[in-house]
Ligand binder design. Structure first.
Ligand SMILES: N[C@@H](CCC(=O)N[C@@H](CS)C(=O)NCC(=O)O)C(=O)O
Length: 241
């Protein structure tokens, strides 16, 4: 019997969420265990509160973890003897091994997905993600840095324009008619961005006006993928209270 996959991560980490989403899209649905691990933030850190942060889950500071992931970041996936770190590498690995149709079942398909995944890292979505969410969901209103919030919000919108243009071209998903791993990693960012203006988010006290096209993009992802529903259903999305 195949060993159960183990995912070390923090459910409120968007990089961990990309992997959880992928695991939920795999055709063969291997069972997996989520092992809570983090150096910053743990249970309760999803709520806007005085001591935003909570106690970290730990594990990442152990020697055993460093052997699996020398960077000590989350997520990290363990499949038998193999440990894979870097969320996009994990997503690619899972698709190739367990559900190749998520990269159009070919090397060429993978080559069409990868640029979107690499672009997301290279264009530093992480900075917008980190600043916008830290400010809106994890910082009390009177302590927020409005300039930083505005900059990160605009940064997201500028980057998403490329995504919207692409989706307008294909009429469906990033690389064409099929939902792929490229949509998962970009969709996780869309989810995170949309959380900051969600009516169920405590961050709603910060009023952003989302463009109509952005709302369409969010709807596109939510209506076409079971995974988006999984992410936005509340348990893994940091900003729903
Ligand atoms: N590029 C890496 C980034 C990894 C990373 O920075 N992860 C964050 C969470 S999103 C982390 O480990 N933060 C410290 C912590 O939560 O303990 C990836 O995609 O996996």
């Amino acid at each position: 019997m195949a060993a159960m996959l183990r995912l070390f991560g923090r459910p409120t980490s968007s990089n961990t969420q990309k992997v959880i989403w992928t695991l939920n899209e795999l055709r063969s649905r291997p069972s997996f265990e989520l092992v809570l691990a983090s150096a910053r933030m743990g249970a309760g850190s999803n709520l806007l509160c005085e001591n935003s942060g909570g106690k970290p889950y730990g594990i990442v500071d152990t020697d055993e973890y460093a052997k699996m992931n020398p960077m000590r970041t989350v997520p990290c996936l363990v499949d038998g003897e193999l440990a894979v770190w870097e969320s996009h590498s994990i997503v690619r690995y899972l698709a190739q091994k367990y559900s190749p149709e998520l990269h159009l079942s070919s090397v060429e398909g993978l080559a069409r997905c990868s640029p979107w995944m690499d672009w997301l890292l290279f264009s530093n979505f992480h900075e917008c993600n980190h600043d916008l969410i830290d400010q809106t969901a994890r910082t009390l209103p009177e302590q927020r840095d409005v300039a930083k919030m505005t900059e990160s919000y605009r940064g997201y919108v500028n980057r998403f324009q490329k995504v919207e243009e692409r989706i307008a071209q294909t009429g469906a998903f990033l690389v064409g008619d099929e939902f792929t791993i490229a949509d998962i990693v970009v969709g996780a960012e869309v989810c995170r961005f949309s959380c900051s203006s969600s009516p169920t988010c405590r961050a709603r006290s910060v009023h952003f006006s989302s463009s109509n096209s952005m709302a369409l993009l969010v709807r596109e992802f939510s209506s076409n993928s079971s995974g988006y529903g999984h992410l936005s259903s509340g348990s893994t999305c940091s900003y729903h209270v």
